[in-house]
Structures are given as structure tokens and as C-alpha cells.
Ligand binder design. Structure first.
Ligand code: SF4
Length: 743
């Protein structure tokens, strides 16, 4: 059974421990053997960096001045990313759990066990009793292979990935409105926009290097309208802040559209020639005059009017959003309501006129295009489309009837584990015990499994539940492509060999497929060979990579897809002449406000929301091991307004209990004026008793199946204790001196 016993000894042995120094220590006189140009492993900016290599060790980093996105800049995460490579917590050989303890095993022993258990479960319960759960920090080659591995290697329908928790609502909205799922403009268009609407995106912390483009826009005289429940560092830099209640984006966006219509700030010629379904969207927006939008959202009506006038009167403008509007049970509708504004004003499809979503994971874009989604095949093809199934079946050399049916989304996948339908799991590059909502339920899902395999390079909170752990590789030990938030396919280059017995993840998957008797479909000798098959598999699809080659990526500093032919240079800006629906037109959508699935009430009077901070990356499995990053923010906090703190008699720094209908946690209070009095916020990068996702609601958006991380009902309880705040103090047991190899 996949239970965690001996937690203290697991943490003692596998961390997270803190690590701060390059291997061999800091040495000013160090002469490196080579500099390997590559990209940051973290967010969707995919900043260019050179890894400094000495004797097969990554000993430092330099930003790349030659890469046009970051031009020599890196954020605190990027500058310390190389320290994960030789971290003492690295997994360097396979582990098998026996009597609650992880014991060292050989690859043969671990693979044999995996295959015999998977075969046994499938014989007893059917092929679909095994699930695969993947991630979008993998290279696109690996995400393609994972999809193929699930459907051909294990022959299961059940595969999904953690991008479902990230940008799925953006994808849903983009596909509905534009017929394609990619940012419409390259980042380099941003400085040409007179007005930016930045909705639910604290890019100053979560996408720091994007700020270079934002500030160039400001230097050109541009204006920012920031829509966010918190006065984030991004909102603080903005010209106009619409501080809405979490979950009320539709009201605000419809309110803005209402003013644009009534003040004739729309572009009727664009609407007539390039869009469909305007009248229905117009009629819906007319139900939201500024006073109604204000009543729902809590944003003063005059600010909604001001935002509409600033954006509507400008000749150019761009709308960008991120998880703040997407992580909702109506996330796709939130996205569509902002797209309506861009379409109504014709501000899309040219320099400085555009729309884009800000990806979270490094390969959030590429990772959602090539078949690791439950209902999707490579090239953004649909599992429900017979032609699409037939094409991919031909590429894979199988009969279409052998292609499994679509599976279910991430949260539903874990529900099925809890319900007993799914008995075995292989997860890769994912830390579900931190990143999925309602972690108390996720724990039950993992504990209910009969067999659980994890591939990772650190033992995450989720890997603790595994029966077998296979040591994978970091980004510095392999090559492949990723696709950044602007749709640019870039190349990750291998700097060093994997440490110890760690193996490339794609080789581990192939090994399992071979032992499952499915080896003929998995004959790849390199990531390049996987990419070449992916190019063919994507050919003619919406996400067409056929014309992308490793050489072209190097030559052009990346290639924007679609790139359908070898002669094509790629497509940096979409929608200049047509949208991707068959008739070439974009679609408006009539959106009515519904709000969050769970609204505050007498028992739970506050709105809980969650998000990220600059010093951590997503589930923290990588960044919570870097001393410098942890020292900046050693643990999560609950941010609350002084009025809220007074109501509950809570002092700044005091530990308080945060409770929802699903769970509770204890966090130090951070009392700030920058949050709404009706809202509390916790960053989500930690696990176990520090997990913000103990609180969150797993209600799903019907289109994207994204969970509602950003709004649920909660209450605070003061803890009557003399224990004083520890915010800023490094937790015991995680200091540099206590790091041990311990394996
Ligand atoms: S902005 Fe993103 S890609 Fe760039 S260095 Fe920071 S984390 Fe890495």
C-alpha cells in the first residue's frame, strides 16, 4: 500500500535540505572547461543562460546576452537554478519501498518489479487500471513520449498532466474564441502597446523578466491597467488598479465592454469583417453597466469606466492574463470575457495590438500541445476526431481501433484512484501532494493505490507515497525543446552526464515499454529522434511543428509555431489576416457572471485565494532546496488586511489557523494593506501541514477542468498561544550544516 510511514527519517534522508554552494565551493580563480548555452528550467519566459561546466560538473551560470528575450537578465530563481544539479538531495539510484523504508535497488530490480506489478494489475482489473500523470516542465519530446507511452506502452486511456492545473482555462478560451491555443503576439510587441490590461497576473513576481518588456512599454509612454484582488508588486507599478473580489472577473470584463459599447469605443468594421456572434456577446454585456459590475466585483464604477476609456481610446493595446483569472470553476468564461474586449475593439493581430496568456511552467505551452492531455493527440489533435485518431495511428504504426478512448482530467483521475477504479500510477515530473487542490483527498487517492511509481530527480512530497522511485534527470543533463509563453520553440542543451545511476526519463519510459512487450513502438536512441517523429505527428495539426528543426531553432533564436514547412521561418504573430476557425473568423461568446462555486457565508466569511511568490517555483520541489531562495521566504504566510486582523484580534506575525470545509492549516499572519479586507491569501509552494491546498476547492471548470484554486470560502481562528512569529527564521533541520548525503 502506498502509505508514508517513517516520515521523519524520509525527510532526514531525502530532504528538502538547503544547498547554497557550487560543487567544490566558491572559487574566484575557477577556470571552466566549457559554457553550454541553454535556457532556465523554470517559468515560461525560458530565459537564455550559459551553464559553466568543469569536469562534468555544473559550477555556475551566466545569463545569455545573445538571447533576445532576457538580454542578459535572470531572476533570483534562474540565477540559482544550477545549484539543483549537484544538490545533496539528488536521487542517484532507484529506490524500492520495503516496510515503509526506501531501499536502494538496481535498475533491473526496480523495472522488473514495476512491470510485474503493472502486468498483474492489468490482468486482474483491465488495461485502464493503470494511470499516467505527467508534467509540463518536461521537454516537449518527453511530453510527446509520455502520451505515446500511456496509450501504446501501457495501453491505458488514463493519462493527464499538471498543465491541467495551470493554463487549461486559457487553452479552453483560446480554442473557443480563436480556434487555436497560443499567445497571439510575441513579447516584443508589448512595448508598442499604448495600454496594457494585465488581469490576474503578478508578473513582477511570477514572470520577472517579462518586466523588461513592460517597462519598455512604460518608457514609450504606455499605461498599465492591473486587475487583481491584491495590490501586488505588479499592481503597485500600474497606473490604474481594479482591486476586484476573487472570482468576479466576468463582471469587471463585461462592465468594461458595456462602457466600450455605450461610448462607441468599439471597432464595428473589425467586428463585422473578422468575427462572429457579436450580437449575443453585446446583449450580455449590456446587462453589466458599471454600477452593476461594481456591485458584484467591489471595484468602484468610476475605475471600470476609466479602464474602458483608457483602453478603448488608445490606438493600440494588449490584454494579458494568468492564473488569477484562469484558476476558477468558470475560468474559461473569465478568459472569454476578456477576449471579447480585445475583439470588440479590434485590438488584435498587429504590432502592439494583441492578447496573450502568461504561462506558469517552463514548457506550459509545448507541454499541452502534443498528446499528454486526456483528450488530446499530438499536434493539438482531438482523441474524439476519427480523422485525427487515424492520422496518429498511422504515424505510430497501429490500427486506429487500438488507440484508447479519451481519459479524464487530472482531478478526476485522482478521484478515480480514490474510488478504486484506478489501481496503479506512474507519475513523472509532478508533485501532486502540493499542486493539486484539496490535498487531504489527494493523500487518500495515493494511499488507495495498489502500486505507485514515481520518476523524479528529488524525492518530492508525492514521491514519498511511491512504491518504486526511479531517478530522473535535471534539465542540464538532457537535451530537447520547450515552447515558451510566447509560442517560441527553443532548445535545451545537455551540459553534463546524469549523476550516479540516474537515467534520462525518456529512456526509463522506453525500458518499461520494452519490458511490457511493447518495445517495437519505442526504438528512440535520442531526443532528436523523438522530435523528428513528433514533427511528423504534428504535421497538419493546429500546433504544427513539422518545419521546426534543432538547426533552425539555433539559427533563429527559436522558432514560433505554427511552422508547417521546412522553408517556413515560423509565425511570431498570429491572426494578422485570419483566425484559426475554419471560416477564418474569431468568435465572441455571451458570458454571464456566475462567480465561485463556493461563496463566503456566515460560517466561512472570507474569500481564500492562493498564488505564487518570486522566490519559489510551483510545487517547490526544486526551489525549496536552494538556501538563498528559502532564506528569502522560509515558509508560507497568510496575508490579510489590517481590518481583518483587527476583527480576529490577530497580530502581524502571529500564527493563525486558516480553515475551509476541506481542511485547515496554521500559518503566520502577514498583515498588509495591499489585500482586500474580505480576502486572505496564502502562497502554495509548500506541502504537508504547510500546504495552501489543504484549504482549496476542487470544483472544476466544465470546459477546461481546471480546479478553483483562486476562490473558496474560509475562516480564520486565532490560536491562543504564547508562541511568537517565526517569519524570517530558517526552520530547524534545514540549515546548510545539516545537509548530509545520507543515501
Ligand atoms: S524569469 Fe522565469 S525563465 Fe527567467 S530566470 Fe526567472 S524563472 Fe527563469
Amino acid at each position: 500500500m502506498s502509505k508514508v510511514e517513517n516520515l521523519a527519517s524520509i525527510i532526514d534522508r531525502f530532504g528538502p535540505h538547503l544547498h547554497d554552494e557550487p560543487i567544490g565551493g566558491w572559487r574566484a580563480e575557477r577556470k571552466v572547461d566549457k559554457m553550454v548555452p541553454t535556457h532556465c528550467p523554470y517559468c515560461g519566459m525560458q530565459c537564455g543562460m550559459n551553464l559553466l561546466v568543469e569536469k562534468n560538473h555544473v559550477v555556475g551560470v551566466e545569463p545569455r546576452y545573445d538571447f533576445p528575450v532576457n538580454e542578459g537578465r535572470l531572476c533570483p530563481k534562474g540565477v540559482t537554478a544550477y545549484l539543483q544539479t549537484h544538490h545533496p538531495d539528488r536521487l542517484e539510484y532507484p529506490l524500492i519501498k520495503r516496510n515503509g523504508n526506501f531501499e536502494r535497488a538496481s535498475w533491473d530490480e526496480a523495472l522488473d518489479l514495476i512491470v510485474s506489478k503493472f502486468k498483474g494489475l492489468q490482468e486482474k482489473y483491465g488495461k485502464d487500471s493503470i494511470a499516467v500523470y505527467s508534467g509540463s516542465s518536461l521537454t516537449t519530446e518527453k511530453t510527446y513520449l509520455v502520451g505515446k507511452f500511456a496509450r501504446l506502452g501501457l495501453q491505458t486511456r488514463y493519462i493527464d498532466y499538471n498543465g491541467r492545473l495551470c493554463m487549461a482555462s486559457a487553452a479552453g478560451g483560446n480554442n473557443k474564441a480563436f480556434g487555436i491555443d497560443r499567445a497571439a503576439n510575441p513579447w516584443s510587441d508589448i512595448p508598442h502597446a499604448e495600454v496594457l490590461i494585465i488581469a490576474g497576473a503578478n508578473c513582477a513576481e511570477t514572470f520577472p523578466i517579462l518586466n523588461g518588456f513592460l517597462w519598455k512599454q512604460r518608457d514609450n509612454g504606455g499605461v498599465w491597467i492591473v486587475i487583481d484582488p491584491r495590490e501586488t508588486p505588479t499592481a503597485r507599478q500600474g497606473d490604474l488598479h481594479l482591486q476586484l473580489k476573487p472570482g468576479t472577473d466576468v463582471a469587471v470584463a463585461n462592465g468594461i465592454l458595456n462602457v466600450l459599447i455605450n461610448e462607441n469605443l468599439i471597432d464595428q468594421a473589425f467586428i463585422d469583417s473578422r468575427t462572429n456572434d457579436w450580437e449575443a456577446a453585446r446583449a450580455a454585456a449590456l446587462n453589466y453597466p458599471p454600477d452593476v459590475a461594481s456591485e458584484i466585483s467591489g471595484v468602484p464604477a468610476e475605475k471600470i469606466i476609466q479602464a474602458a476609456r483608457l483602453y478603448g481610446r488608445a490606438k493600440t493595446g494588449m490584454i494579458m492574463h494568468a492564473r488569477g483569472i484562469e484558476h476558477h470553476s468558470n475560468g474559461t468564461e473569465n478568459v472569454l470575457s476578456y477576449i471579447n474586449i480585445a475583439l470588440a475593439t479590434g485590438k488584435i493581430g498587429s504590432e502592439g495590438r494583441g492578447y496573450g496568456t502568461i504561462t506558469g511552467q517552463g514548457n506550459g505551452q509545448g507541454g499541452r500541445e502534443h498528446g499528454q492531455k486526456a483528450d488530446q493527440l499530438p499536434g493539438y489533435r482531438s482523441m474524439l476526431n476519427p480523422e485525427h485518431r487515424k492520422y496518429i495511428a498511422e504515424v505510430w504504426g497501429i490500427d486506429e481501433s487500438e488507440m484508447p478512448e479519451p481519459g479524464v482530467s487530472a482531478v478526476e483521475l485522482f478521484n478515480k484512484m480514490r474510488e478504486g477504479e484506478i489501481k496503479g500510477l506512474l507519475s513523472i515530473c509532478s508533485n501532486m501532494m502540493v499542486s493539486l487542490p484539496d490535498t487531504n483527498q489527494v493523500r487518500k487517492s495515493l494511499e488507495g493505490l495498489e502500486f505507485n511509481v514515481c520518476i523524479d530527480f528529488f524525492l518530492s512530497e508525492s514521491a514519498r507515497y511511491a512504491d518504486v522511485v526511479l531517478p530522473g534527470t535535471t534539465w542540464s543533463e538532457d537535451e530537447g525543446t520547450t515552447t515558451s509563453g510566447e509560442g517560441r520553440v527553443i532548445k535545451i542543451n545537455q551540459a553534463i552526464d546524469p549523476p550516479g545511476e540516474a537515467r534520462h526519463d525518456w529512456r526509463a519510459l522506453q525500458e518499461i515499454a520494452h519490458r511490457m512487450g511493447r518495445g517495437k513502438y519505442f526504438q528512440f536512441e535520442s531526443p532528436r529522434e523523438i522530435f523528428d517523429e513528433l514533427r511528423v505527428a504534428s504535421k497538419g495539426g493546429k500546433a504544427d511543428y513539422f518545419g521546426v528543426t534543432y538547426e533552425k531553432i539555433d539559427k533563429q533564436d527559436g522558432v514560433f509555431w505554427p511552422c508547417p514547412t521546412e522553408e517556413s521561418m515560423g509565425t511570431p504573430r498570429l491572426f494578422e489576416e485570419r483566425f484559426a476557425h475554419d471560416d477564418g473568423k474569431a468568435r465572441f461568446h455571451a458570458i454571464e457572471y456566475k462567480g465561485a462555486a463556493e461563496k463566503p457565508d456566515e460560517e466561512y466569511p472570507l474569500i481564500f485565494t492562493s498564488g505564487r511568490i518570486v522566490h519559489q517555483y510551483l510545487s517547490g520541489n526544486q526551489t525549496r532546496r536552494i538556501g538563498f531562495l528559502v532564506q528569502q521566504c522560509p515558509e508560507p504566510f497568510v496575508e490579510m488586511h489590517p481590518e481583518t486582523a483587527m476583527r480576529y484580534k490577530i497580530n502581524d506575525g502571529e500564527r493563525v489557523k486558516v480553515i475551509s470545509r476541506r481542511g485547515e492549516g496554521i500559518f503566520p499572519a502577514l498583515v498588509v494593506k495591499t489585500i482586500r479586507p474580505d480576502t486572505i491569501f496564502i502562497p502554495y509552494h509548500w506541502g504537508e501541514e504547510l500546504a495552501a491546498n489543504q484549504i482549496t476547492n476542487a470544483a472544476l471548470d466544465p470546459t477546461s477542468k481546471i480546479p478553483e484554486f483562486k476562490a473558496c470560502a474560509a475562516r480564520l481562528e486565532k490560536i491562543h498561544t504564547r508562541e511568537l512569529p517565526i517569519l524570517g527564521e530558517v526552520r530547524k533541520g534545514t540549515s546548510q550544516n545539516e545537509v548530509q548525503k545520507g543515501k
